[in-house]
Every structure is written in structure tokens, then in C-alpha cells.
Write a protein that binds this ligand. Structure first.
Ligand SMILES: [Zn+2]
Length: 282
């Protein structure tokens, strides 16, 4: 594990005990990582930094991401707990690379596979990860894409999945969708509560950007302690940068351009941390 980071399992256990949820924000570059670290420290909220396979490639590889996050924590004197998580790892090999580089947790996403294969591969990742104290998340059912609801997780499948894999936290498909939702999508919180009771592991909600403020307040009561946020930060950043460029046509300094979205990201991070009840919990 990265020297300055904390285990995801510990963060989620603390959240469960404390009755709040922790946001997992996807990062895209150095600046995003700094903005999110600083905003989370300002709100004294524990933090999960999350990286997709695509973003790892974009930034230059697993080792670079681990070193960058470790160095930022040190240079900025970040004193809240920070976990570094691989989002939607599609193979054992990708999860292994993240673990070997120092990620504190990985998600193995076998949601395209039949349940028994998803179980077998998740177990392989869990066995490898646990040797190094790395936390594992996995998906049952399919989180939707492009405003289309995916295959919902069956409560019985989740129970079998957790028992047979030993996975630390679970992302069941509850009618949630990646990206923004159209208004008629609702998360099945009743199913979440049943799955949570039966499996006793912290649940993870993907597609947090499309969740309404009212639903946010209900997540913890239904066993959801990790909420993934990607699109929401992208949208507030892009809007701020677009406005800045529109009214500053002569600016070409990339630092000024990227930084023009800083406050928008920070405000959104603090707002979400507040909704999840994680403010002042670190
Ligand atoms: Zn996801």
C-alpha cells in the first residue's frame, strides 16, 4: 500500500460505525487530485480517490498514480485518511498491477460474466489482494449505462457472492446508472437494505452523480457507505472553464485555464461530503 494512504476497509468500517458515507471521486490528472484532496481536507472528510483503467493509462500508469497521490499527500500535508482505489478493473491482471503498484483497494468488475464466473474471478482477486491487506469491491448485476437501467442484482445472488468470494464491499445493481439520469430512474433502496442485512458488508453505489439530494440522505440508512462520483465533477469543472474561456478570449496559459474550474470542483466536493454526512468525520 502507498505509504501515506489508508485501507478502504478501515474507512468503510469507520463510516458504518459513525453513520455516514464516504465519497469516491474519480481523478483525471494532477490538478483534479489536488483540488479534491484540498476540498476534502477543508471539510475534514475521509476521502477515496478513484481511478479508472482509462484514467490510469491517460496519466501514465499505476506507479505514477500511486507516487503522485503519495507525494501530494506529503507536500500538501493532507491529514485526512485517503484511500486510492481502482475503479472497474476488468481482469485479474489489471487488479494485480494496481495492487502491486500500491493501490489500497481495487474493484473487480465481472458484471459481464455469468454469476459463477464472476464469483470465481472475484475470489482470485480477493485471495491475492488480502495477502497484501488490499480491500476488494465487486459488482453483482449490472449498473446501467447511457440512461438505461442494467440487470438488477438478485438478493440471493448477493448473499452467495459475498459468502463464496470473501469480498470486502459490494456494488449491487439497484437500478442505478453511470452518468446523469433521466428523471424516472429511481434507486431501489429497499433492495439495498435487504442485501446489506443479509451480507453484512458495506454497499457501494455507482453512478452517484445522478442521485437526488433526497436520495443521498437515505443511502446510509440502507447500508450504502461508499458513493462513486465522476460525472458531477466533470460537469461543474467544464461549465466553469467554458465560462472562463468565453469571457477571457486572450488567455492561453494552461495553468490559468485548468485552475478556472478549481473552485467549482471544490464547492461540489464539499456539498457532496456534506450530504453524505462525512463532514467533520476525519
Ligand atoms: Zn461505476
Amino acid at each position: 500500500m502507498g505509504d501515506n494512504m489508508e485501507s478502504l476497509k478501515m474507512l468503510l468500517n469507520n463510516a458504518k460505525t459513525g453513520g455516514y458515507a464516504v465519497a469516491a471521486y474519480n481523478i483525471n490528472n494532477l490538478e483534479w487530485t489536488r483540488f479534491i484532496l484540498e476540498a476534502s481536507m477543508d471539510s475534514r472528510a475521509p476521502l477515496i480517490l478513484e481511478v479508472s483503467e482509462g484514467a490510469v493509462k491517460y496519466m501514465g500508469g499505476f506507479k505514477l498514480v500511486v507516487d503522485m497521490v503519495n507525494d501530494l499527500i506529503e507536500e500538501l500535508a493532507i491529514d485526512i485518511p485517503v484511500a486510492l482505489h481502482l475503479d472497474h478493473g476488468r481482469s485479474f491482471l489489471v487488479c494485480k498491477k494496481a495492487i502491486d503498484a500500491g493501490f489500497t483497494s481495487v474493484m473487480f468488475d465481472g458484471s459481464d460474466l455469468p454469476l459463477s464466473q464472476n464469483i470465481a474471478l472475484t475470489k482470485e482477486v480477493v485471495d491475492y489482494a488480502h495477502l497484501q491487506n488490499v480491500t476488494v469491491e465487486a459488482e453483482v448485476g449490472q449498473v446501467g449505462e447511457n440512461n438505461k437501467i442494467g440487470k438488477r442484482a438478485e438478493v440471493g445472488d448477493c448473499d452467495r457472492f459475498v459468502r463464496e468470494t470473501g469480498v470486502d464491499c459490494l456494488a449491487p445493481a439497484l437500478g442505478n446508472v453511470h452518468g446523469l439520469y433521466n428523471s424516472n430512474i429511481q434507486i431501489d433502496l429497499k433492495a439495498a437494505r435487504e442485501i446489506s442485512k443479509l451480507t453484512n458488508v458495506p454497499l457501494v453505489l455507482h453512478g452517484g452523480s445522478g442521485v437526488s439530494d433526497e436520495e443521498f440522505l437515505e443511502l446510509v440508512n440502507n447500508g450504502i457507505y461508499k458513493v462513486n462520483i465522476n460525472t458531477a465533477l466533470q460537469m461543474v469543472w467544464a461549465k466553469a472553464v467554458r465560462e472562463y474561456l468565453d469571457s477571457n478570449a486572450d488567455v492561453y496559459d494552461p495553468r490559468k485555464i485548468i485552475k478556472s474550474g478549481e473552485q467549482a470542483i471544490k464547492n461540489e466536493v464539499i456539498r457532496i461530503n456534506n450530504l453524505l454526512g462525512s463532514i467533520n468525520k476525519a
